[in-house]
Design a protein. Structure first.
Lengths: 503, 263
């Protein structure tokens, strides 16, 4: 078993009241190239900053070689960082920038005194040692001869190299890289990716890399940690994550995916897009599942031989392959193939069993904690919704003074009653008219499922937000500010257990 | 109808006239007066008289010493507060900064009078004249030191401190190798804005030094009552002192390196 150089144990981080890292645990093997991958705001940079020591975890532990370093200041940690915008010292030249860490360093030197006894002294590095090390580091990043240059006159790529040299010259156990290639153009980025990978091989130290670019992560990493919303979604090798995504988020974020709602109809048989397919995942019969099919796993064939039959509605040339969208009934299926097809042509489609990935859907219904107010509306997720409160007590009705009269004739004031609110995935709609619905929020996720979109709308403040998950056929944009509409009869209320006990 | 058009050249004319009449000509007049005697004949008399008179020489030395002490005191008081305000995440730090700068908005004579009354009340007036003068100057010029320091310190990117810590630097390293060198432009403009006026601000020295402290500004004022020629010579010498001190603090460097109080 490989040695764990860094281990996060149940780490949680709040910025003020804002939860950014939610009980994250994982480990990093010594010498590996590990990448934290996720969209912006997923907590990947915060995780890196906690390993570097710039942020301290609110709870949980960070172990370095088995020792707890959670509260150690950054200057006491054997890690060095390549910053997102390099953070080079503008008043120092290239040499002084790279030598900065070495000048701070003190090492134990052993001497022998006149009596032949050994003693150790903590000393700064000699000028000569520093000079040699800086020279070596600059050679590593191909910047020999740049010592006297001012860092402000360097190009982005050169500054990047100085930043890397400044970090690796200290011979850290771990090199942390916070989106280091983000500011470079595409060609430069590709070159640096290869160079960084080569540098990792030569130095043999652990690299922890943060990026939002899935291709970069797939190209460079030994291990990828996919993060979203402060939670680790999946940890695995690039091939593992690409071929076996753990959930629809990972499938959607990494590579292209067709995602459909499906139902398991028998042993290793799943029905989606109206047809039954053989698959390799085993789920209980009748279970609803998310079906993920990579576009390159869809084979085109003649209409007679395909399980699915549809019409080509668009063909886009992507350099190495064509991206062909096929309308199958009401579903859209995206296919990647080196062969082209004509728009309007009817073709057949097949998917091999190992090209079909089934996942347990993360969301089946929306559940909230609600309170009944004095107008017999239900308050939850930062808003008020009309609802039918009589469903709480079978056979009851509302009198003209808004009191609830039970079947037995008992008069109850429901104000303040705590209830469990359930809303189905297909019972929610949204509107850009802020007044139209009971509450408002931002769209935080959109996943296309062949014939509809699955949206998540997040309402309320960051500290007590609630998510609404639902299906819609309309196309919205992420971050749109919308109001959430739920028809009165679609809000299912049940009394909370505590209330039941009281009765 | 003809639209009047102004070229850039035309627009410059009023300023050129202003410069000619209010800067260049007065300088020439000073120069002429400094090197002439009462009969308007050319003479080095004033020059020789100034440098052979120990009182005059000691006055100019006193002025420089007072200005130096004032500047250093201002810097020592202003730096920590500017640093704290610039680096803190306090929400109300602009209010605190404004409170420090607020005295600038109150009439100068009023402020100095208030200090004088305060010294009178605690019995220091007429006792510790040099201390009183320096105290008044520091009080007066402090905002001019805080503002440029605050603006330069604000501009230092927090990631540089993180980089310093990441590379093994402790708080002392961060201050001596990041904060201090990067705040030099602020120090320079603060020093310039305090040192020069405090050599000539004789209102403070008169009122708080109980007229026992004479600085070079006072000298010029008094000579222009009686002997314009000597007054001009003193003014010219002051100009040279100012020129040298500006040159020493790097005030003639390119403008973008010297950031002023642009709040």
């Amino acid at each position: 078993m490989a040695e764990h150089i860094i281990e996060l144990q149940d780490v949680t981080k709040y910025y003020g009241e804002n939860l950014v890292i939610d009980h994250v645990s994982f480990y990093v093997n010594k010498g590996e190239f590990i990448t934290f991958l996720g969209p912006s705001g997923c907590g990947k940079t915060t995780t890196l900053r906690m390993i570097a020591g710039f942020d301290l975890p609110t709870s949980g532990k960070i172990l370095l070689n088995g020792k707890d370093i959670s509260l150690l200041p950054p200057n006491k940690r054997p890690v060095n960082t390549v910053f997102q915008r390099y953070a080079l010292f503008p008043h120092l030249n290239v040499y002084e920038n790279v030598a900065f860490g070495l000048k701070c360093k003190k090492v134990l030197n052993t001497y022998r005194n006149d009596k032949g006894e050994e003693y150790t002294k903590k000393e700064r590095l000699t000028k000569k040692t520093i000079e040699e090390k800086v020279k070596k580091a600059l050679a590593l990043v191909d910047l020999e001869g740049f010592e006297k240059r001012s860092v402000t006159t360097l190009s982005g790529g050169q500054q990047q190299r100085v930043a890397i040299a400044r970090a690796v010259v200290n011979e850290p156990e771990i090199l942390l890289l916070d989106e280091p290639l983000g500011a470079l153009d595409l060609k430069m980025r590709k070159e640096m990716q290869i160079e960084l990978k080569e540098m990792h091989r030569r130095l043999g130290i652990t690299f922890i890399y943060v990026t939002h670019d899935q291709e970069e992560a797939l190209t460079m990493s030994d291990t990828i940690v996919v993060m979203a919303d402060g939670v680790v979604q999946q940890i695995g090798t690039p091939t593992g994550i690409y071929n076996e995504p753990a959930n629809t988020f990972v499938a959607d974020f990494i590579g292209e995916s067709n995602i459909f709602n499906g139902t398991v109809v028998g042993a290793r048989k799943v029905k989606f897009c109206g047809k039954t397919f053989d698959c390799v995942d085993d789920f209980g019969e009748g279970e609803p599942v998310d079906v993920v099919v990579r576009p390159e796993d869809v084979q085109m064939t003649s209409p007679e031989r395909g399980v699915l039959k549809g019409e080509v509605i668009s063909v886009v040339f992507k350099g190495i392959h064509y991206e062909i969208t096929v309308q199958v009934g009401k579903y859209e299926v995206v296919v990647q193939s080196t062969e082209s097809r004509a728009v309007g042509e009817t073709i057949g489609l097949n998917v091999a069993p190992d090209g079909i990935h089934l996942m347990r859907p993360k969301y089946t219904t929306n559940v909230f904690d609600g309170v009944i107010d004095k107008e017999n509306k239900v308050e939850f997720a930062g808003g008020k919704f009309d609802c039918d409160v009589t469903q709480l007590y079978p056979g009851s009705h509302i009198d003209e003074e808004d009191y609830l009269i039970t079947a037995a004739g008992e008069k109850i004031d429901l104000t303040g009653t705590e209830v469990k609110v359930e809303v189905g995935l297909y019972d929610i709609s949204i509107s850009d008219d802020e007044e139209a619905g009971g509450t408002t929020g931002h769209i935080i996720s959109i996943i296309y499922k062949g014939d509809h979109y699955r949206l998540i709308v997040r309402t309320g403040d960051s500290d007590e937000d609630e998510d609404f998950v639902f299906a819609t056929e309309d196309l919205w944009n992420e971050n749109d500010y919308v109001s959430v509409i739920i028809p009165k009869d679609k809000i299912k209320l049940t009394l909370k257990n505590t209330e039941e006990k009281k009765r | 109808m003809k639209v009047p058009r102004f070229s850039r050249k035309t627009l410059c004319i009023p300023y050129a006239v202003f410069l000619l009449f209010f800067v260049i000509l007065p300088m020439l007049v000073i120069l002429v007066y400094a090197f002439t005697d009462r009969n308007m004949g050319f003479s080095f008399g004033n020059f020789v008289k100034f440098f052979s008179d120990p009182t005059k020489l000691s006055t100019i030395v006193y002025s420089i010493v007072i200005a130096l002490i004032t500047t250093v005191a201002c810097l020592l008081v202003a730096y920590p507060i500017a640093y704290i305000l610039a680096r803190s995440n306090m929400k109300k730090k602009h209010v605190i900064l404004m409170l420090f700068v607020l005295p600038m908005w109150i009439n100068f004579v009023l402020r100095v009078n208030a200090i004088r009354e305060l010294f009178n009340w605690i019995g220091l007036l007429g006792q510790t004249n040099y201390f009183n003068t320096v105290f008044g100057m520091v009080y007066d010029f402090l905002p001019f030191m805080i503002l440029p320091l605050y603006t330069t310190l604000m501009k230092i990117d927090n990631s540089l401190y993180e980089a310093s810590a990441d590379l093994g630097g402790n708080a002392f390293t961060a201050f001596t190798r990041i904060t201090l060198p990067l705040s030099v432009p602020g120090i320079v403009s603060g020093v310039t804005m305090v040192f020069l006026p405090s050599m000539t601000n004789y209102v403070v020295s008169d009122m708080l030094g109980n007229s026992m402290v004479t600085i070079i500004g006072k000298f010029i004022y008094e000579y222009f009552g009686s002997d314009w020629h000597m007054g001009s010579m003193v003014a010219l010498i002051l100009l040279i002192v100012v020129f040298i001190s500006t040159w020493l603090t790097g005030g003639f460097q390119s403008e973008e390196n010297v950031r002023g109080a642009n709040l």
